[in-house]
Design a protein around this ligand. Structure first.
Ligand SMILES: Cc1ncc(COP(=O)(O)O)c(C=O)c1O
Length: 414
């Protein structure tokens, strides 16, 4: 039996739902990154580190909605905080105390964040930060790293927008040379401390430091996109790297499972949004901006994400990456495991993976067979072979993951 046949057998209700959904939604869904062939399973409910699909399969969840759910599903403290806010009202045409509380938490937590504003998604946070950088510098272009993903705003989506300059991720001297050549046009450099969508690939601290020095010298706004990396340390990737960016973008974990993004940075740049002294230089309207339900869930989430909780998460992540690597070696399947802290990426190549270019040569068909096989064995990861550890996951769940992987590799390895 192929892995696809096995998957179809386990997920017949999801298969029927997909056929019906595609009559109303192109591709049966609204989010291109969660599609995988033959059809994505419909997920019905979650509890802690387990998720149940439409067919009643219970899976161990090592995805956490693509790194959103750092405490798993329905953590009681997060549910309670959300209910309390729902009882007060779900949205208002004015500022809320929920916003003040969360803004204070984030500004006290993240050293470079002197002022912050809230959006509905990481995409919007990046969009607003880049708009501010353009206005601040009077320059039109933005630069990102090869393989960088920063949401779906036009200038940074893909690799070839006319307003975008793409820098090499493995050659600091060349990246700096490009910035020097085009400094008069470049408003911002946006980077991920760990390249999430590229496959959870951490880059060298020295590379980020070289960009910090160059952007400061050239008057370019240095933006850390911490939508994925915030969970790595109490103060996020900037604390790990020992670098203070000019602006920071947040998303995913900070909403505690509800739609939320945030961006912030220096007082000077963030003053562009201040409407209290006349019309703001950069307007920032939005009916759902700073939604208090998302903020209540997010604050409860971040309060649970203490230094101790992060240390335990990171230990589990280290253990998982090590065990995954050993399981591939024992099965004789070439693989390189990347990641950091509670993030992991599996690349089906025997070569070291230092950038997205190294990851590109992996065997995508085998990766997909392993993904479907893991699903049938009751383990959910992201179809791209990346995943995360939540605080709901312990050593027993890691052992279960590794055992499922061993079984699947036994089936797919020739
Ligand atoms: C690094 C990074 N930035 C921005 C985004 C966009 O966030 P959202 O999906 O909330 O729009 C993502 C989403 O995956 C991301 O990984």
């Amino acid at each position: 039996m192929t892995e696809e046949e096995r998957y179809r057998l386990h997920t017949t209700a999801s298969g029927h739902a997909f056929e019906e959904a595609r009559r109303y939604l192109p591709g049966g869904d609204s989010r291109s990154t969660v599609f995988y062939p033959p059809y994505p399973a419909v997920l019905a409910s979650g509890e802690g580190c387990r998720v149940t699909d439409l067919d009643g399969n219970r899976l161990l969840d090592f995805s956490g909605n693509h790194s959103v759910l750092v405490h798993g599903y329905r953590h009681p403290a997060i549910v309670a905080a959300t209910r309390t806010q729902l009882d007060l009202g779900s949205c208002f045409s004015g500022p809320t105390e929920a916003q003040l509380r969360f803004a204070r938490h984030l500004v006290e937590r993240i050293p470079s964040l002197r002022r912050v504003r809230f959006t509905n998604s990481g995409t919007e946070a990046v969009m607003m930060a880049l708009r501010a950088a353009r206005r601040h510098t009077g320059r039109p272009l933005v630069a990102k790293l090869e393989g960088g993903y920063h949401g779906t705003a036009d200038p940074v989506m893909g690799q070839d927008h006319p307003e975008l300059v793409v820098l090499p991720a493995d050659d600091a001297a060349e990246a700096v040379a490009v910035l020097e050549r085009r400094a008069s046009e470049i408003a911002a450099v946006v980077v991920e401390p760990v390249q999430g969508s590229a496959g959870m690939i951490p880059l060298e601290a020295g590379f980020f430091r070289a960009l910090r020095d160059a952007t400061r010298r050239l008057g370019i706004v240095y933006v850390f996109d911490e939508v994925v990396s915030l969970r790595l340390a109490y103060g996020g990737g900037e604390e790990l790297l020992g670098i203070e960016p000019d602006m920071t973008c947040l998303g995913k974990v900070i909403g505690g499972g509800f739609p939320l993004g945030a961006f912030g940075g220096t007082e000077e740049i963030m003053a562009l949004f201040d409407p209290s002294r006349g019309p703001p230089a950069v307007p920032h309207p939005g009916s759902y901006n700073a939604n208090p339900v998302s903020l209540a869930a997010g604050l409860a989430t971040m309060e649970l994400l203490s230094r101790e909780a992060i240390a335990a998460l990171n230990r589990h992540g280290d253990q998982l990456r090590e065990d995954i690597g050993a399981t591939f070696r024992a099965a004789g399947v070439p693989a390189t495991v990347t990641g950091m802290g509670s993030l992991f990426g599996i690349h089906l190549t025997g070569r070291p993976v230092r950038t997205v270019k190294d990851a590109a040569g992996g065997d995508a068909r085998l990766r997909h067979r392993i993904f479907l096989g893991l699903y049938s064995e009751g383990v959910l990861v992201d179809p791209r072979g990346v995943g995360t550890v939540s605080t709901a996951i312990g050593e027993r769940e890691i052992e279960r993951f590794v055992e499922a992987l061993r079984v699947v590799l036994g089936r797919v390895a020739d």
